[in-house]
Design a protein around this ligand. Sequence first.
Ligand code: ATP
Length: 404
Amino acid sequence: MDDEQTDDDKIIIKAENIYKIFGPKPQKILKYLDQKCSKDDIREKTNHTVALNNVSFEVIEGETFVIMGLSGSGKSTLLRCINRLIEPTKGKITIKDSDITAMNEDELIQARRHLMGMVFQNFALLPHRKIIDNVAFGLEIQGINEEERYKAAEEALSLVGLEGYGDSYPDQLSGGMKQRVGLARALASSPDILLMDEAFSALDPLIRRDMQDELIELRERLNKTIIFVTHDLDEALKLGDRIALMKDGKIIQIGTPEEILTNPENAYVERFVEDVDMTRVLSAKDIMKKPEPLVPITAGPNVALHMMKEYGISSVFITGRNRVLEGLILVDDAVRAAKEKRAITEVMIRDIPVIKLEEPVNDIIPMIADIQYPVAVVNDENKIKGIIVRGTVLAAIGRKEAEE
Ligand SMILES: Nc1ncnc2c1ncn2[C@@H]1O[C@H](COP(=O)(O)OP(=O)(O)OP(=O)(O)O)[C@@H](O)[C@H]1O
């Protein structure tokens, strides 16, 4: 289909065969992994912890890549290997064609400064410093002069909606505001990549949702690449362009939220996602039916009637060149036009509702509640790509409804 993504997506991070083993002799433990020993066996026999076991993935520029999994699955370790807050035991990480794993300390400081900003779950603010100083802190240790760092800090504060709070202290702010400061601090050095470790997990549910919405908005505005660690499936589905699901230090599946939900790779993933409300993640393109029959606008009403009879339907879509949607004709109007020898264009309904390919199913339900005939799904050029009828939507959410 011509709406599908082209593959000129740029890879910004590439992680190849990453291992992390905690314990006194990590290199020695690698050979046990070659012998396919389990994480539990290795811990029992050697007192080492296998936190990452041969993890590989790529992140595309501008996407939000979520690392999800239960506690202890290795998410934080993986995130910290990307900026080498944790040293991988083995493996290679490339960011924008630079080998992060081969960098010396100075090169690493430069890379962290320009490429990556990190946001922590517990905010990690310095309590005795004003908000503006907290935001500017990273720039200060990078040796950036005062004028420049305060300008950048003010800008970052305003990006997260905290202008005017620069002179406050952390304990004067709510949890949500503190995490905005954490985000501002990460944004202050204009990094290409944001690394976020359970960044919203400590917040109240409502505040958390607001922060998620703002992050989505911010990402679009600033065009950042985000790696977001969470143990929360709902958060992963909401934020992630793609999700990597981890278990016991391995990535079990990488895919879009739709792929993870509709095509779980094994029983573990299936169990992880079984309670998800599908209407929140499916969009029109996932549930639409083939757009047929279609009647060209140049055809007469008898062709339309023939098609309706053939397919057992009481209305049909009319298209112009390249399947551009022109309107819909109802059976009664087609009969009348045929009798009166009038053209389709004289009786068809032009002003019909349409649904965009990416429209979430949740939003489609109210849109079609009062419509008796099918609704066309169109792309940005108004070409018809599919058809949705009430039954299609209900079938998509049927599993959930049936359970309730
Ligand atoms: N510094 C460390 N020393 C020893 N073991 C560690 C260390 N850090 C993490 N681990 C172990 O490595 C494994 C992965 O931990 P990690 O913190 O990456 O998991 P996680 O998925 O982020 O979990 P959580 O959500 O609880 O933080 C766990 O078994 C953990 O106990």
